[in-house]
Ligand binder design. Structure first.
Ligand code: ATR
Length: 297
C-alpha cells in the first residue's frame, strides 16, 4: 500500500505561513489524498535537514525564509531558474534525489497575466524598487519576458551588485532619475518591505507614469498598500501581492499531488480571512491580525 503524499513548507519561523491553507484548500476541493504541513527548521539544522530529505517522510515542499539558498546548495539537481537565482523555493523528491526549482518569478508573472492581461504588450520598461531576494526573482522574470529593468534601491551598491549578476538589461539609478525613468515605464514593482503592516510605502511621485502603466507590490499585508492606493487614485491598474503568493504555489502542488490546481476567488477569500481581511474593499485599510510574513511563502 502506498502512503499518502506529504509535503510541507520549510522555514523559520513557519507558523505565519499561508502555504498550508493554500495547499489544504486545493487538496480538499480536488478531493485528493495527501497532506501539507508547516515544518519549522532552525538555521543550524537546515543543511542536515535538506541533505537527509529522503528520511523526512516528505515527498517535497516549499522553502521559505531563511532557507532558500541553503536548500539550493543541498539539492542533487536544480532547474535553470533556480540556478539563475541561486535559490530554491520548491522541492520534490524523485527516486531518492532532491530536485529544486524556483517558482517565485513565474508566480509573479502569472499573477500579472491573470490580473492585468496584456500588461507587457504596450512596450516600455519595468521599474523595480528594492534589491533583495524577492527583487532577484522578479528581475529574472521580467528579463525572461524581454523587458528592460530600471532598478532603484536605498543602498545603491546592493542594486549594482544585483545588476551585475544579471549582466545586461538591468540599469541602476539614483532617486533623482526616478521621474524621467517612470515616464517610459509600463510597470512599477515594489519589492521592498516598505508599506508592510501599516508602515508607509516608499514616497514616490507616480504622476510621471503613463496612463497604461500597471503598479504592483509584493507586500500583501495590507492588501492595498499605500503605494497601490495612490496608484488607484491616479487611475492606474494595480495588482496586489497576494496573487504572487497564490500563483507561485501552483507548480509545487502539481508536482506533489499530480493535479494542476487553480487560483480561484474563493481561495483568495480564504487566505484573506486568515489575514483578518474580511472583504476586498480596496479603500478599506486592512489591519492584519497576523501581520508577520506579509510577503513570500
Ligand atoms: P527580500 O529577500 O524579502 O527581498 P531583503 O533581502 O531584506 O528581503 O531586501 C529588502 C529590500 O527592501 C532591500 O532592497 C531593502 O533596501 P536596502 O538594500 O537598502 O536594505 C529594501 N527596504 C526595506 N525597508 C526599506 C525602507 N524603509 N526604505 C527603502 N528600502 C527598504
Amino acid at each position: 500500500m502506498t502512503s499518502k503524499p506529504r509535503a510541507a513548507v520549510i522555514g523559520w519561523p513557519v507558523e505565519h505561513s499561508r502555504s498550508p491553507i493554500i495547499h489544504g484548500y486545493w487538496l480538499k476541493t480536488l478531493n485528493l489524498a495527501g497532506s501539507y504541513e508547516g515544518r519549522a527548521v532552525a538555521a543550524d539544522e537546515a543543511e542536515a535537514f535538506f541533505r537527509s530529505f529522503a528520511e523526512t517522510g516528505l515527498i517535497g515542499g516549499n522553502v521559505t525564509i531563511p532557507h532558500k539558498e541553503t536548500a539550493f546548495a543541498c539539492c542533487d539537481e536544480v532547474d535553470k531558474t533556480a540556478r539563475a537565482l541561486g535559490a530554491v523555493n520548491t522541492l520534490v523528491l524523485k527516486d531518492g534525489r532532491l530536485f529544486g526549482s524556483n517558482t517565485d518569478g513565474l508566480g509573479f508573472l502569472n499573477s500579472l497575466d491573470h490580473s492585468a492581461p496584456g500588461w507587457d504588450r504596450k512596450g516600455g520598461s519595468a521599474v523595480v524598487l528594492g534589491a533583495g531576494g524577492a527583487a532577484r526573482a522578479i528581475i529574472w522574470a521580467l528579463l525572461s519576458r524581454g523587458l528592460t529593468v530600471h532598478l532603484f534601491n536605498r543602498t545603491r551598491t546592493r542594486a549594482e551588485a544585483l545588476a551585475e549578476h544579471f549582466g545586461t538589461g538591468v540599469h541602476v539609478h539614483g532617486p533623482e532619475e526616478m521621474a524621467a525613468v517612470l515616464e517610459g515605464a509600463s510597470l512599477l514593482v515594489n519589492t521592498t518591505s516598505a508599506g508592510m503592516g501599516g508602515k508607509p510605502s516608499l514616497d514616490i511621485d507616480l504622476s510621471p507614469l503613463p496612463e497604461h502603466a500597471v503598479v504592483t507590490d509584493i507586500v500583501y499585508t495590507p492588501l492595498m498598500t499605500p503605494l497601490l492606493l495612490r496608484a488607484r487614485e491616479r487611475g492606474l491598474v494595480t495588482v496586489d501581492g497576494l496573487g504572487m503568493l497564490l500563483h507561485q504555489a501552483v507548480p509545487g502542488f502539481e508536482l506533489w499531488f499530480g493535479k494542476r490546481p487553480e487560483v480561484t476567488d474563493e481561495l483568495r477569500r480564504l487566505v484573506l480571512a486568515d489575514m483578518g481581511v474580511e472583504d476586498e474593499n480596496p479603500h478599506e485599510t486592512a489591519e492584519p491580525s497576523k501581520s508577520t510574513g506579509g510577503m513570500g511563502q
